[in-house]
Design a protein around this ligand. Structure first.
Ligand SMILES: Cc1cc2nc3c(=O)[nH]c(=O)nc-3n(C[C@H](O)[C@H](O)[C@H](O)COP(=O)(O)OP(=O)(O)OC[C@H]3O[C@@H](n4cnc5c(N)ncnc54)[C@H](O)[C@@H]3O)c2cc1C
Length: 440
C-alpha cells in the first residue's frame, strides 16, 4: 500500500510523525516520514541523497535541521576516512555556522593568518595577511575525515546507508524516481539529490557530459609531526615552471601539502602511496628543504595523486541543475579545479540554498518542488559557473612552463601587481540562515 499519495491538504502532525505536502507541478502530493514498500517490493523514500561526501552530508544536515528526513546512499563501506585536507575560506565557514558545526570544527583547526609566495629557490616574492585585506576573512585547512565525521554525527542513526552504490536511475510517470542499487535494492524516491561527485551517475542520467581533464594533476599529503609542526600559520606557495607546490598547517601536529604538475595525459593509475611519495619528492628535489622534509614526514597512506577535472556549465548547452524532482549538488553538478580552493566551499553553499528552497516548498510555500529546484539551479549557476571558469584560468596561468612568462609572473606580476583583496572577492557569500518555510 502506498503511503505517499494521500490527498492534500493534510493535518499538521507532530514532527516525528509529520506528513509533508509536496507540490509537484500542478498536483500536490504528500510525503510521510514513515518508510514504506510498494506492492512490487520497492522501498519508498521521500528524500534520497546520493553520496555521503561533503555536499551530500551538508545537504542532509541542513534538511535535518529543517525537520526533513532524508536517506543518504553511500557506495563505500564507511565514510572516507583517509585523504588529506581542504582549505575552507569564509564562505565555507558561514555555511558550517549556519548548520551549527562551525564552532566544533574551529577548535580543531588553526586559523591561517596569511600567505607567502616564493620562487623555486625559496626566495620570497610576496606575502599577505588575510585580515589586512578583509577583516571578515577566515581561512583554515580542515581534515576531510574530521569534516565528514562531524557532519555525519549530526544525523540520526541509520540516516547514511553504506555499501549502497547507485547503479541506475529511471523516472516514472508520476515523477517519482526509481533508484537501482548495486545490492539489488530498488528505492522509489519522491526527491533525489545527486551529490555523487565528479563521476556522478545522476549527472550522466541527466545528460551532463563527463568532466574534462585540464592537463595537470595534483599530489596531496598530510605531514605528521607528533612533537609539534614547525610552520607559521600561513599558506606557503612555491611557483616553478609548469610545477607548483603549497603547504599549510592544519593543526598543532599536521601540515597539508600539494604539488601540482603538468601532464598531457593521465598516465598509468598508481595507487601504491610509497611510489607516489617517491615521485612527488623527485619532482621537487631541488626545491626548498622545508618542502622535502614535509614530504618525508608524511605517512604514506595519506598520499594521493588526482587528475584535475572540471566542467563548464555553458548557458544553453549544459543541462539545468534539475530534472523533475532530481537535482545536483557540489562536484556532481559543477566540478571545478582546486585552484581557488572553492569546490567544497561551493558544495557547502549549494547545500544550504537547496535545503532552504526545498523546505519552503515542502512546508507549504507557494512553489512546487520542481520550481524550488529550478530556482536553486538558476541562483547557484550564476555563482558556480564563473567560479569554475576562474579556477581553470588561474590554474592555466600558474601552470605555465614558458621561462619568459614564468619570469614575468615571478618578477613583475606577483611582487608588483597582484592584490589579495580582489583575488579573494569570490569568498564573499551571504549565507542565509536555515529557515523553515512554514514560518515565512
Ligand atoms: C587536489 C584537490 C584539492 C582540493 N582542495 C580544495 C580546497 O582546498 N578547498 C575546497 O573548498 N575544495 C577543494 N577541493 C574540492 C573538493 O574536494 C570537492 O569540491 C568536494 O569534495 C566536493 O564534494 P562532493 O560532496 O560534491 O563530492 P565528493 O567529495 O566527491 O563526494 C561524493 C560522494 O559520493 C559517493 N558516490 C559516488 N558515486 C556514487 C554512487 N554511484 N552511489 C553512491 N555513492 C556514490 C562517493 O563515494 C563520495 O563519498 C579539492 C579537490 C582536489 C581534487
Amino acid at each position: 500500500m502506498s503511503l505517499l499519495l494521500s490527498s492534500y491538504p493534510l493535518q499538521s502532525l507532530t514532527k516525528s510523525n509529520r506528513w509533508f505536502p509536496v507540490r509537484t507541478g500542478s498536483k500536490p502530493v504528500c510525503l510521510a516520514l514513515t518508510r514504506a514498500q510498494t506492492s512490487g517490493g520497492d522501498q519508498e523514500e521521500n528524500v534520497v541523497i546520493v553520496g555521503a561526501g561533503i555536499g551530500g552530508l551538508a545537504t542532509a544536515v541542513s534538511l535535518h535541521r529543517l525537520g526533513i528526513r532524508s536517506v543518504v546512499l553511500e557506495q563505500a563501506e564507511s565514510l572516507r576516512t583517509g585523504g588529506t585536507s581542504l582549505t575552507l575560506f569564509k564562505n565555507g565557514w558561514r555555511v558550517l555556522d549556519a548548520i551549527s558545526v562551525g564552532p566544533q570544527l574551529r577548535t580543531q583547526f588553526l586559523e591561517i593568518e596569511g600567505m607567502v609566495v616564493k620562487n623555486e629557490e625559496g626566495s620570497e616574492l610576496r606575502s599577505f595577511k588575510f585580515k589586512d585585506e578583509d577583516q571578515s576573512q577566515e581561512v583554515r585547512a580542515v581534515e576531510r575525515r574530521v569534516l565528514l565525521e562531524t557532519l555525519a554525527s549530526q544525523l540520526p542513526p541509520q540516516a547514511i546507508r553504506f555499501s549502497s552504490k547507485l547503479e541506475s536511475i529511471q523516472s516514472n510517470a508520476n515523477g517519482d524516481t526509481l533508484l537501482q542499487l548495486g545490492d539489488g535494492t530498488r528505492l522509489l524516491a519522491k526527491i533525489v539529490i545527486g551529490c555523487d561527485g565528479t563521476r556522478s551517475k545522476v549527472a550522466t542520467w541527466m545528460g551532463f557530459s563527463e568532466p574534462k581533464y585540464v592537463g595537470h594533476c595534483a599530489f596531496r599529503g598530510l605531514g605528521y609531526y607528533p612533537n609539534g609542526q614547525p610552520f607559521q600559520k600561513r599558506v606557503n606557495y612555491i611557483y616553478g615552471r609548469g610545477l607548483r607546490a603549497g603547504y599549510v598547517p592544519v593543526s598543532a601536529t599536521k601540515v597539508y601539502w600539494f604539488i601540482c604538475f603538468n601532464s598531457p595525459s593521465l598516465g598509468p593509475k598508481i595507487t601504491d602511496p610509497a611510489i607516489l611519495k617517491k615521485q612527488a619528492k623527485e619532482m621537487v628535489s631541488t626545491w626548498p628543504e622545508d618542502l622535502q622534509n614535509l614530504i618525508d614526514s608524511t605517512p604514506d597512506e595519506t598520499i594521493s595523486r588526482t587528475p584535475l577535472v572540471d566542467r563548464w556549465l555553458w548557458p544553453g548547452i549544459a543541462p539545468p541543475a534539475s530534472k523533475g524532482r532530481v537535482v545536483l549538488v557540489g562536484d556532481a553538478w559543477h566540478p571545478m579545479t582546486p585552484n581557488l580552493g572553492q569546490g567544497a566551499c561551493c558544495a557547502l553553499e549549494d547545500s544550504v540554498v537547496l535545503a532552504n528552497k526545498l523546505a519552503s516548498s515542502i512546508n507549504g510555500g507557494n512553489e512546487s518542488v520542481e520550481a524550488a529546484m529550478e530556482s536553486y539551479g538558476s541562483e547557484r549557476w550564476s555563482r558556480a559557473f564563473p567560479l569554475t571558469v576562474r579556477a581553470n584560468l588561474v590554474g592555466a596561468l600558474l601552470q605555465w612552463d614558458n621561462p619568459l612568462v614564468c619570469s614575468i609572473r615571478n618578477n613583475i606580476v606577483i611582487p608588483k601587481l597582484v592584490k589579495l583583496g580582489p583575488m579573494l572577492e569570490h569568498t564573499n557569500f551571504e549565507c542565509e540562515p536555515l529557515y523553515d518555510g512554514s514560518k515565512i
